[in-house]
Design a protein around this ligand. Structure first.
Ligand SMILES: Cc1cc2nc3c(=O)[nH]c(=O)nc-3n(C[C@H](O)[C@H](O)[C@H](O)COP(=O)(O)OP(=O)(O)OC[C@H]3O[C@@H](n4cnc5c(N)ncnc54)[C@H](O)[C@@H]3O)c2cc1C
Length: 306
């Protein structure tokens, strides 16, 4: 990776670190060392890096807040990119917000409320960046990214950048076209509706309170582990197999919310894999339902997607 490090440094394309691991940059705090961690200082400089790096075919992973990422314990022999240090987070023209990929959606949601714009309240409890939220079509409390997104500027695997309209993004339940095609979010435009700040702030506060009462937000976790099967709640199925609080080594089903798996400190990806397999097997035997994992798996070889 020395050539890449040299290229980034000599061209002033941003910061690099060789001391990071997935434990440092994910909320689950699991995963191996990362050969090179790169913070671009501008989107344009990221594109210069991408043009240089792409032909090598070496692994590249874009990370947001790492709040949906489950990484293997093995070391990652590639580059992980974070847009969190881009100097501008977003700008507003009228009621249109143009956001950069590293912008925290929690911060965006609060800023929207304070500025008197409604529609982004659901983002207040999702510990995501704009890039990760668009990629996952993140949602809560009956709203999803697809409801507020106008368009997104994306980079494809051939190095082409283009503005995609909402209807072109193949939005579904925690599903987007970006996942199938490896598209990278460089910018996203959202539309929000004017409303009195006090009213919006009140809703933000209520949603956050409700969330911390029902989810283990203070624990090391990666959000809901399984998608809700049609007409069912994954947490109810896990509760029904008697797995509330069930542990494998340091990995545990949350007592507070059965669809959250938590790291009690020092859990390995192997612990979580075993726990996930066990839950899936029990739910399949009892209800005939195949639970589908919502997490993004990184650096796992020879593992069929859950
Ligand atoms: C306590 C807790 C509560 C949660 N609650 C919710 C909830 O209510 N609703 C919900 O939907 N999710 C929830 N999640 C899960 C998670 O926050 C979302 O999936 C979120 O969208 C992930 O965003 P991120 O920035 O952390 O992305 P990451 O987890 O870092 O990455 C997720 C995926 O997005 C990709 N990605 C990140 N940035 C980019 C980019 N710029 N371009 C292209 N791809 C990119 C990554 O490569 C990866 O494949 C929760 C998680 C936690 C820990």
């Amino acid at each position: 990776m020395d050539d890449v490090k040299k290229f980034i440094s000599e061209n002033g394309l941003g910061e690099i670190s060789e001391n990071m691991s997935f434990k440092d940059c994910t909320t689950l705090k699991v995963g191996g060392k990362i050969s090179l961690f790169y913070y671009p200082n501008t989107v344009e400089n990221f594109l210069i890096f991408h043009d240089y790096f792409r032909p090598s075919g070496r692994p590249l992973f874009i990370i947001g807040s790492g709040s949906n990422v489950f990484a293997a314990d093995d070391d990652f022999e590639g580059v992980v990119v974070s847009f969190k240090k881009l100097p501008i987070k977003y700008y507003r023209v009228g009621n249109i917000y143009t956001c950069y990929p590293g912008c925290s959606v929690v911060r965006l949601s609060h800023d929207l409320a304070k500025a008197g714009f409604a529609g982004g309240e659901f983002l207040a409890g999702i510990p995501a960046t704009v890039g990760g939220a668009v990629y996952m079509n993140a949602g809560a409390n009956g709203s999803e990214i697809k409801d507020v997104l106008i368009s997104a500027k994306l980079l494809d695997r051939n190095g082409e950048v283009r503005e995609y309209k909402n209807f072109e993004l193949g939005f579904g339940y925690r599903k987007t076209r970006l996942q199938d095609e490896g598209l990278i979010v460089l910018e996203a435009k959202f539309k929000f509706n004017p409303e009195k700040p006090e009213k919006v702030l009140k809703r933000v506060r209520e949603l956050k309170k409700q969330r911390s009462a029902t989810q283990p937000v203070e624990q090391k976790c990666a959000g809901c582990t399984f998608q809700n099967p049609p007409g069912k709640k994954a947490w109810e199925l896990i509760d029904a197999i008697g797995f509330r609080g069930y542990k494998i080594n340091r990995a545990q089903v949350s007592e507070k919310h059965c669809n959250f798996l938590i790291n009690n400190g020092g859990a390995t990806s192997k612990d979580f894999l075993e726990l996930i397999e066990k839950i899936k097997e029990k739910v399949k035997n009892k209800f005939g339902i195949d639970l589908k994992c919502e997490w993004v798996l990184v650096n796992f070889d020879n593992i069929s997607p859950f």
